[in-house]
Write a protein that binds this ligand. Structure first.
Ligand code: SF4
Length: 453
């Protein structure tokens, strides 16, 4: 009797291994997670939305402040008890002993940007099942952020030595990416549907210093690895280009002209951290001698729509009542649009603790924080109220399909600033669309309006 064989395909289709990713910390850490995921996806791994469904969990940690370290250690603990196969990376990975002391059974620990080591550790736990015909990775990589905006990291590390900060210890000195690499990545993101690029690094205006502003070819032209040149080139992509972590070095003035000309988004995120000269000196802040108040006024004259966001620290060791009052007066004069404020926390390894300056009591820190936020709230709400009645371009973030939706103006960075809440959104409008919005109302943080015809 003839035997019939069941015809099998030449290879068994195996289920793709699954990886869970917990990404903590700042947008810079998010970009690191995106790169790791892009690599793993290109090798055939799938993402798992739960610890239980994952073959391995990667925890990308933040080590900036004591509170962030605690959050990271808690997240590792959660992943260990729910899954047990855990790889730790990111800023806190630079201090493995701290992690091992609490979670000795973590499979591997790598520092920031050690993408290959993370991927290697994943291979040790679960081998890749790669099928180049099945696994398609978009050229621009897989992103955790919504499709219409993306972070663009232009350098790693920092040459400054602000006394409250341990980033240079954790991430090393400035290492800039060649301009062409950044520009190709930006171009790919735009091809993949991105409408807004958020340029990030530890010190964006110092970009290229370490590689002596080397030129590289993009779109048939030599491009310098320099803040202004990069901004100009990114402006050719026809999408919103938002600059974060810019220090007010003198050459920043020229970028304001690009904003006024509509080439890049009129938005500057400048972490001033303080205004009183002796606090700035104790903090060892870069570019703070540059007469910032006069320059802010000049920038606004050149580009009246410029939005300035900043962050401040109150209660830095040695900050006196007079220093704090100086800061408040400075804020009243500067009229910044958006402000975040932190209460100083001592960080292990930061040199601020070795300065021998008197600590500010917690109750004083709390009171100063309240006061600063109240002063700034008045300024921010007045600046938002001045937009009522204007029609301004906004990017749609979400549409609920029932006429509601929220968007952001050029003055609002995702996740950190406010939103523009819309009524009567037409059905054809979708997330990522840039629409003109008539602003009808404003409160302390957000705007309200309707899409103008
Ligand atoms: S500029 Fe200062 S605060 Fe920012 S990363 Fe560098 S050292 Fe830290």
């Amino acid at each position: 009797m003839a035997k019939t064989a069941t015809k099998k395909s030449s290879k068994e289709i195996k289920a793709a291994p699954k990886v869970g990713v917990v990404s903590l910390g700042c947008p810079k850490a998010l970009v690191d997670s995106e790169r790791i995921i892009t690599t793993l996806r290109s090798e055939g791994y799938e993402l798992s939305g739960s610890y239980e469904g994952a073959d391995v969990v990667i925890v990308n940690t933040c080590g900036f402040l004591e509170s962030a370290q605690k959050e990271s250690l808690d997240a590792i603990g959660e992943a260990m008890s729910a899954n047990g196969k855990v790889i730790v990376t990111g800023c806190m990975g630079a201090e493995p002993e701290k992690i091992r002391a609490i979670h000795p059974k973590v499979h591997a620990i790598t520092g920031p940007h050690q993408y290959e080591s993370v991927v290697g550790a994943v291979h040790e736990i679960v081998k890749p099942v790669h099928d180049p015909f099945v696994d398609l990775v978009p050229a621009a990589g897989l992103k955790l952020t919504p499709r219409h905006y993306a972070y663009l990291k232009i350098s790693e590390g920092c040459n400054n030595r602000c006394t409250f900060c341990i980033i240079p210890k954790l991430r090393g000195d400035l290492v800039s990416r060649p301009a062409a690499h950044v520009l190709y990545e930006a171009e790919n993101l735009v091809k993949a549907g991105v409408k807004e690029l958020l340029v990030i690094s530890q010190d964006t205006s110092a970009y290229g210093l370490d590689i002596k502003y080397a030129e590289s070819q993009w779109r048939g032209k030599p491009r310098k690895a320099k803040f202004l040149d990069l901004a100009e080139a990114l402006g050719e992509l026809g999408v919103w280009v938002r600059m974060h972590y810019v220090y007010p070095y003198p050459h920043v003035d020229a970028v304001i002209d690009l904003m006024a000309a509509g080439k890049i988004t009129p938005y500057l995120d400048i972490p001033f951290q303080h205004a009183a000269p002796n606090v700035l000196k104790n903090m060892k802040r870069p570019a703070m001698q540059e007469k910032t108040l006069e320059r802010i006024k000049a920038w606004r004259k050149t580009c009246p729509d410029l939005t300035i966001r900043s962050s401040f620290i109150v209660g830095f060791p040695g900050e006196t009542d007079a220093d704090f009052e100086y800061l408040l007066d400075w804020l009243r004069e500067a009229q910044l649009d958006r402000v975040g404020c932190f209460k100083y926390e001592p960080v292990d390894g930061a040199t601020s603790e070795d300065l021998g300056l008197p600590e500010v009591p917690q109750s004083v820190k709390d009171a100063r924080w309240e006061k600063l936020m109240a002063v700034q709230q008045e300024i921010s709400s007045a600046r938002l109220a001045a937009k009522v009645g204007r029609t301004i371009p906004c990017i749609m973030d979400e549409v609920d399909g029932e006429g509601g939706g929220n968007a952001r103006s050029q003055g609002d960075a995702p996740d950190i600033d406010g939103a523009v809440y819309l009524r009567d959104v037409p059905k054809k409008v979708k997330a990522g669309d840039i629409v003109n919005v008539l602003i009808e109302d404003a409160d302390d943080y957000d705007l309200y309006g309707v899409i103008a015809e």
